[in-house]
Design a protein around this ligand. Structure first.
Ligand SMILES: [Zn+2]
Length: 417
């Protein structure tokens, strides 16, 4: 529909034209839209080129603070759009190397905010999601609001400041300092893929009625997946955390991935239930569990901790750690979520499995891998039909091929957008 596109182009040109009155400011405008699912808002910071880096913090339920680092931003030239509750106000402050933004919320509203680069790789989006007093309580605990004016004030020489004051000031100012540029979905390279066959050795994982061991299915599918990747994506380095039947601790699996400088970590598992009915696939990425089902799966997959050496044993993640992970690893999370969706589609459409969806939970093995990371549940080994499928060579081929296709698509999207 070239006609519509042309009109849209005209319309955008007019919009951009109006805003570039503030010429050469890389931030040209701010707009707010309600999310289509009604659970929050998306605030778009329109940029002519991507920010060097950004930070977001939520020091209290009614305040979201965003620092956008890009030289030449002129906050005074930006018109603040009309806001609807729960958004109550927005102010922009010039800071060294960028702009600090205060976003006020109405009292008694509880929203989690995340910042992420838009798919066009220029704009910065701040999304809010409805939450509750408890989550926001955990999130904001011990956090101080950034005083943007304080950042602009010349700092006194250290020796003139008593130690206690200095510590406090450092604490307040630590957050908005520019971190490394975020890995965006569009900018990443997929050079090394780490495949983690869940369980192994003395840790058998779940066991089917016909005696199928989860660790064996996980290893078979992982080896098949590795072979497909090596054969069809020759430039990609494929690393397996294990290629035989051995025990590896959860944290060590992540360390193997980090040492290999992995760009992607996929942990392969099979689900189980005390009854034989449930069946179907699930794909997880790291975050706070928001359903009882996800919590149960997380408990099961983390339970290997009990078999680990007491001196190096991992521990369960706290809700605080998971909420902070979600807020500080938005690039990993958006990449993981994206690939999880692709795998879910492949499981349903190509492998003809029943999808139980894409979910989040606090898997220790994913937490230790510093890269986009997923945990795949291939099916329920406790369901006799699915057990037969999971132990069959054909079934394993179909599952490995479904994951392979999703990874191939992810790679092309990540690298060519
Ligand atoms: Zn498992």
């Amino acid at each position: 529909m070239p006609h519509v596109r042309f009109l849209l182009f005209l319309f955008l040109s007019v919009l951009i034209g109006q805003e570039t009155v503030a010429q050469s400011s890389p931030l040209t405008g701010v707009s707010v839209v309600r999310r289509s699912d009604g659970l929050g808002h998306v605030i778009r910071f329109r940029m002519t080129s991507p920010a060097d880096s950004f930070r977001i913090i939520q020091p209290s339920a009614d305040l979201i603070q965003v620092a956008i680092y890009k030289a030449g931003i002129r906050p005074e030239s930006i018109r603040i759009p009309a806001l609807q509750a729960p958004l109550a106000g927005m102010r922009l402050h010039a800071i060294p190397g960028g702009v600090g933004v205060d976003i006020r919320l109405t009292p008694q509203s509880y929203y989690i905010a995340r910042a992420y680069p838009d798919a066009n790789r220029r704009d910065l989006l701040v999304g809010t999601t409805e939450s509750n007093a408890r989550e926001i309580g955990i999130l904001t605990q011990g956090m101080n609001a950034v005083d943007w004016a304080e950042i602009n004030r010349p700092r006194p020489a250290p020796e003139t400041v008593p130690d206690t004051t200095r510590a406090e000031a450092a604490d307040t100012l630590a957050l908005p300092l520019p971190p490394a540029p975020p890995t965006t979905l569009g900018g990443a390279r997929l050079r090394t893929i780490v495949i983690d066959a869940g369980h192994g050795g003395r840790d058998t994982g779940a066991r089917g009625r016909r005696g199928t061991l989860e660790k064996d299915v996980n290893l078979s599918v992982s080896l098949k997946l590795a072979a497909l990747l090596r054969e069809n994506l020759p430039g990609v380095n494929v690393v397996l955390t294990r290629s035989d039947d051995r025990f590896i601790e959860l944290a060590e699996r992540g360390s193997i991935a980090n040492r290999a400088r992995g760009d992607l970590f996929i942990s392969i598992h099979c689900n189980s239930h005390r009854t034989s009915q449930p069946f179907g696939t699930e794909v997880y990425f790291l975050g706070l569990h928001r359903s009882d089902d996800a919590f149960e799966v997380m408990k099961k997959e983390n339970s290997v901790i009990a078999l680990e050496d007491p001196s190096t044993r991992s521990r369960e993640l706290t809700d605080e750690e998971l909420i902070l992970y979600e807020l500080t690893n938005t690039a990993y999370i958006s990449n993981s979520q994206y690939l999880a969706g692709l795998i879910d589609v492949q499981f349903t459409e190509r492998a003809r499995r029943k999808s139980r969806g894409v979910k989040q939970a606090g898997f220790v093995v994913l937490y230790h891998a510093s890269m986009p990371a997923l945990l795949v549940e291939l099916g329920f080994i406790s369901n006799p039909n699915e057990e037969a499928f999971l132990r069959s060579d054909d079934g394993q081929d179909v599952l490995a091929s479904a994951i392979f296709r999703a990874v191939r698509e992810y790679k092309s999207r990540v690298e060519h957008e």
